[in-house]
Design a protein around this ligand. Sequence first.
Ligand code: BTN
Length: 334
Amino acid sequence: MTFSIKLLELLKQARGNWVSGESISAMMGISRSAVWKQVRKLREEGYVVEGSPKKGYTLREAPDRLLPGEIQDGLGTRVFGKGEILHFRETSSTNTIAKDLALRGAAEGLLVLAEEQSGGRGRKGREWHSPPDKGIYFSMLLRPRIAPAEAPKMSLLTAVAVAEAMISAAGVNARIKWPNDVLIGGKKVAGILAEVGAEMDEVQYLVIGIGVNVNNTGFPPELRQQATSLHLETGNPFPRLILLKEILARFEALYEEATRKGFNPCMARWRELSDMLGRNIRVEVPGLVHEGLAEGIGQDGSLLLRDGEGKVHKIVAGDVTFIGGIYGQQKPVG
Ligand code: BTN
């Protein structure tokens, strides 16, 4: 825990009362001038810390930022968000940074967050719209003991965590579209980009990047048809910090469960949250388009699609649309 996070914790525990510089310095084991430096650091991050030569310091206001001290405050996880957290006012892509740190040996549980991304990356080389302070843009580092073939299930697991967090924290009807898009009312509200570093038989690291549209009140014209945000869906802004903490807690619980019992319980939940199974879909894979019935999810997380001739295709990656309209407004085929 850094000194500024420790100081923040002390000020929060005082619940708006004054804490003398002397007692802070004793509790933190640092000099009075070092305490002052930490106060300055918190102020630079946007905290309103009032100081008085006689009374000491008191916390008046916390900024609406996804700052490490705020994330760790009352976070009910053991690993994710408990270790190193890197927070950027602006960066190109949190996934790129997390991958770089993974290669340098960073530990599982690392979080990289940004308030804005200039080069936010989506699946298939697409761009992820990441305007300042509107969404949650973060990446987590995992070091699971699994074979590379198991890795896609981790992104399905993440989609379950994000959808469940949205349902429980914001009361919205979030659904999953294979493989790992989270939708409300047929429009995309969150996306997941999982990037793996592996040897032939073992995953060395997995970076899972999550982008959630939270307080966006509009989207660029090219996204308007297919994107939505929690604000647009509920009519109100939503505290990003609350949602982020819920995602971390749900993710960790599912991850631990998968480590102990395998992926089956989580895949069952995925099926419940998906509104795609049993419907007619079109899946675009490089150079090919499949149409048919979404029949199920295979053991490895692949999509099982039954075509018009009754043949079942196992699809490991692709883009799904409903036949006859945008996702969620499909018409049956034939
Ligand atoms: C998709 O649906 O195409 C995946 C979108 C993933 C976006 C997130 S935002 C945080 C992390 N950093 C990135 O550059 N991308 C992911």
